[in-house]
Design a protein around this ligand. Structure first.
Ligand code: SAM
Length: 428
């Protein structure tokens, strides 16, 4: 058998590069790439390391580009650009030793005919960019979002808020839990802090499944912002509640924990299986229905929750792949779908009941604008400003909703971008 002349390469860096190309060139979000057989072939620790490295590289790609630019005669092909970004971020941001990283990435470039011709350039440019940035990581510019997202956000919030959001994105997310019992006690047990809104916050990292309280279902992972739409709603035992877009089940579990009789609907069978798994683990129950939200005819319900599919632009702290894999082209469709879901959800609320609308989007078109137009179309509904002493006045929006942004609670570690409104249906 002929001997291979290819030198062995680090499987984590190889996989991280594949993931980066999948996101940036293949326009596929990381979770989809992570479920592919090629990724599953690695052992679990390599999979986790590759995911961490690709995520960090995407979070700081703009900073890496800034460091690389002076040493590039012309912009290389995206796959080479990704390799360079990977090297800069792993060494300067993650603290890996430059020699090993550069050696490995040059070897990786050499393995394919498409990139082998760039080995020399990768070697030279990487070394110079690393020399420029190593030790100056925290002084380098905050990574900017992609143009397609910067423009509408600058229009909505102004440049100074936009920069605050970008700063929050560069810090990454904390790990927030919604707990069934006393938040202060769980914060003490887990070495975290109890947030004013009732979530427990841990500094990110570590295996969630190994933490006390996981096996006996004492809490579930849910960003503090995502828990707020229901943490600010009084739900009494026996309330009938419909969660129209339920997976992975964070809000359905909040409702069930408050004693509501919950019907959880989601169009995706595998995602609904996750809901059932989560319910089982935390020992809560809900009727689960796999269906298009628009086909639901049950009810009317005391509470209908519509956590609608959206651009997810509020979750970039935890999903820095999103602005690379998307370009905003789908937002028009999402907005129209939200209108249809809202109009249908309105028919499922009993008179005197509440429709909770939320999206994990930073775009007012998927939040404030959506609800002010809904209130014009549906005079039988009025927005009741959510009541909770931890809701700051500056979070409230004119039409009666609450706007949450990643730069809020910055000292405590920020939160996802979110929008929510509580809409009450008039009695006849
Ligand atoms: C933002 S997530 C919901 C998060 C969830 N409420 C929670 O708190 O854990 C949106 C969900 O809507 C579901 N979805 C998308 N299109 C749908 C449709 N036509 N009908 C019902 N669910 C849909 C997706 O499968 C996804 O699980």
């Amino acid at each position: 058998m002929a001997k291979s002349h290819k030198s062995p390469v680090n499987p984590v860096r190889q996989e991280a590069w594949r993931l980066l190309d999948g996101v940036v060139i293949g326009q596929t979000v990381l979770p989809d790439l992570l479920s592919m057989p090629q990724h599953q072939k690695l052992d679990p620790s390599e999979r986790a390391a590759a995911q961490r490295l690709a995520t960090a590289t995407l979070r700081f790609a703009d900073r890496a580009d800034w460091a690389l630019k002076p040493f590039l005669k012309k912009l290389p092909h995206d796959t080479i650009r990704n390799l360079l970004r990977l090297g800069v971020v792993e060494v300067c941001g993650e603290g890996a030793a430059a020699h090993g990283v550069v050696h490995d990435l040059v070897a990786l470039a050499g393995r394919s005919n498409r990139t082998a011709g760039h080995k020399g350039m990768v070697n030279a440019v990487l070394r110079r960019a690393i020399e420029k940035l190593e030790g100056n990581w925290d002084k380098a510019p905050i990574p900017k979002m992609q143009k397609w997202l910067r423009k509408p956000l600058a229009d909505a919030y102004g440049n100074s808020v936009l920069q605050g959001i970008e700063r929050a994105h560069s810090k990454g997310p904390a790990l927030d839990l919604t707990v069934k019992g006393d938040a202060s006690q769980w914060a003490e047990t887990l070495g975290g802090v109890a947030l004013a809104s009732g979530s427990v916050r841990l500094s990110s990292g570590g295996r969630v499944t190994g933490l006390p309280g996981f096996d006996d279902g004492q809490w579930w992972v849910q960003d503090a912002a995502s828990a707020m739409p229901l943490a600010s709603l009084a739900v009494t035992p026996g309330t009938t509640a419909l969660d129209l877009c339920a997976a992975p089940g964070g809000k359905a579990m909040q409702l069930a924990q408050a004693g509501a009789h919950v019907t959880a609907v989601d169009v995706s069978e595998p995602r609904m299986a996750r809901v059932q798994q989560n319910l089982d683990r935390v020992g809560l129950s809900a009727k689960t229905v796999i269906s298009d939200a628009l086909a639901v005819q049950d009810g009317p319900f005391d509470v209908v929750v519509l956590d609608a599919p959206c651009s997810a632009t509020g979750t970039i702290r935890r999903h820095p792949d999103l602005p690379f894999a998307r370009d905003g082209a789908e937002i028009g469709f999402l907005i129209e779908q939200q209108v249809a879901f809202l109009d249908h959800a309105a028919t499922l609320v009993r008179p005197g009941g509440t429709l909770v609308f939320c999206t994990c989007s930073l775009l007012p078109d998927e939040g404030e604008v959506q609800i002010s137009e809904f209130l014009t179309r549906h005079p039988e509904f009025s927005a009741v400003p959510p009541k909770a002493d931890w809701i700051e006045e500056s979070w409230r929006s004119d039409e009666g909703g609450v706007r949450l942004r990643p730069d809020f609670w910055a000292d405590a570690g920020g939160m996802d971008g979110f929008y929510f409104a509580h809409l009450i249906k008039a009695m006849p």
